[in-house]
Write a new protein. Structure first.
Length: 288
């Protein structure tokens, strides 16, 4: 029973990493690619994006709403606050709305959970059914340094990404595009914004960990769209992917920059450590 629980919790972690804005892996349709006229304004767009990256980084916190779909694997929503002044911190409510991950969560007693991000670890509060299989503990702790046990060598890069995933990372990703373009002036939720779009080749992504993950996943390129307001702050981003499990789309909205973020560690007595559960799994199944 312990081994089954650990495998299922591993799925939860894989999904949770998507919610904070980790770059999606895409194979864009030909219609996503800009034409020659769009590339003429490439330099101006890059200057605007650099200003947006700096302003969003300096804001240090925001309220986040996101929806993510990964083909038949899962669909989910996330809502809460994130801060990035000293490592990633925040509290998000995650709800799984479809796919095999939602089915797994349903068997564990709930399709909604609270996620807490602290600089050294990620915590997920599971339901009572999970607690019955985990010595009565509702929370599972994933130390970023221990994530290599989840997915082999790529797990280490996963931990690095969770530590550094912030809204400005989406802007950085678009800055790596060789064909970023200004789409035009628009309105998002009543706010005047400027829309930028681009196609990002995995080989051009400057972050080594992210570049390695994209390459290992068989990803050549991805499309990124962002909307920036008059204060140079990121208001919305959309990333699209074509993965082995189907089309992946993630949309996130950001507001209330500078909001106070409070993320406390769950009670130790109600928390199980991912590494300990993995060790128990090995002891139960006899696997190394």
């Amino acid at each position: 029973m312990q081994g089954t629980t650990v495998r299922r919790v591993g799925l939860v972690l894989a999904v949770a990493t998507a919610l904070t804005g980790v770059a999606a892996c895409t194979f864009p349709d030909s219609s996503d690619r800009p034409g020659k006229d769009d590339r003429a304004a490439h330099g101006t767009s890059l200057a605007a994006l650099r200003s947006a990256e700096r302003a969003t980084a300096r804001a240090e916190s925001a309220r986040v709403e996101s929806t993510t779909t990964m083909g038949s694997l899962m669909s989910m929503t996330a809502d809460g606050t994130l801060g990035w002044s000293d490592g990633i911190t925040g509290i998000l409510t995650i709800t799984y709305t479809g796919g095999t991950i939602a089915d797994t969560m349903r068997r564990l007693g709930t399709t909604s959970m609270e996620a807490r991000y602290l600089p050294d670890a990620y915590y997920a509060r599971m339901g009572d059914t999970f607690a019955e299989q985990a010595d009565g503990r509702h929370w599972i702790r994933y130390a970023y340094d221990d994530l290599e046990a989840l997915a082999g060598g790529s797990g280490a890069h996963l931990g690095d990404q969770m530590r550094t995933t912030t809204p400005n990372q989406s802007v950085k990703l678009l800055l790596a595009s060789g064909d970023v373009r200004k789409v035009g002036e628009e309105t998002v939720r009543g706010r005047a914004v400027t829309h930028y779009s681009g196609t990002v080749a995995a080989a051009d992504v400057p972050d080594e960990g992210l570049r390695k993950q994209l390459t290992e996943a068989g990803v050549a390129t991805e499309t990124v769209d962002i909307w920036i307001d008059e204060r140079d702050l990121l208001v919305k981003k959309v990333e699209k992917a074509r993965m082995t499990t189907g089309r992946m789309t993630q949309t996130a909205h950001y507001r209330d920059y500078g909001v106070r973020v409070r993320a406390q560690r769950p009670p130790l007595s109600d928390t199980g450590d991912f590494e300990d559960l993995m060790r128990k799994k090995a002891g139960t199944t006899g696997t190394p």
